[in-house]
Design a protein around this ligand. Structure first.
Ligand SMILES: [Zn+2]
Length: 164
């Protein structure tokens, strides 16, 4: 049998969680786990500590008929899950990601990177320097408030254009 595709979650690891301050589902660090489910998380964007929530605050559970599997705890299983059918494929994708990350950041001058801040706005292809995650490149603009940034180890969903 093949192992489940999503990475095993553990304290100190990372998970996408709704953040009560950012009002978005963003990358979080897991502080505490109970029976395999994150319960306390730290927001990578605003650093606040709060309970894990699989959805953005105020967002309703999908009420679509036929949506039987909610997969509440695994925010990682997106539309891509149908493609990832084997562990070796996942490993290859990770290697491909790291190669494209290397290609994107190698040989770039320090001045070409902008420090990551939640109130910055980003465009695809922008080079980012993050104080926790290191160098990265903006791979996708998810919406007006969220960008996907590819870091050396993995892509992360981070906030953009946040104003208090
Ligand atoms: Zn936050």
């Amino acid at each position: 049998m093949l192992p489940p595709m999503s990475k095993p979650l553990k304290a100190g690891g990372e998970v996408d969680s709704g953040c009560c301050k950012c009002k978005l589902v963003l990358n979080h660090r897991i502080i505490a786990m109970v029976s395999g489910t994150p319960v306390r998380v730290e927001c990578s964007t605003c650093n606040s500590h709060h309970n894990f929530r699989a959805r953005a605050p105020g967002e309703k559970a999908p009420a679509k008929a036929g949506a039987t599997t909610t997969k509440a705890a695994s925010g990682t299983a997106g539309p891509r899950s149908t493609r990832s059918t084997s562990a070796s494929k996942a490993a290859k994708e990770a290697a491909d990601r790291e190669r494209s990350w290397e290609k994107a950041v190698s040989g770039k001058a320090v001045s070409e990177f902008r420090n990551y801040r939640v109130d910055e706005m980003w465009s695809e292809g922008d080079l980012v320097r993050h104080k926790k995650f290191g160098d990265g490149i903006v791979t996708r603009i998810l919406d007006a408030k969220k960008v996907e940034i590819l870091f050396k180890d993995e892509p992360r969903t981070l906030a953009q254009g946040l104003v208090d």
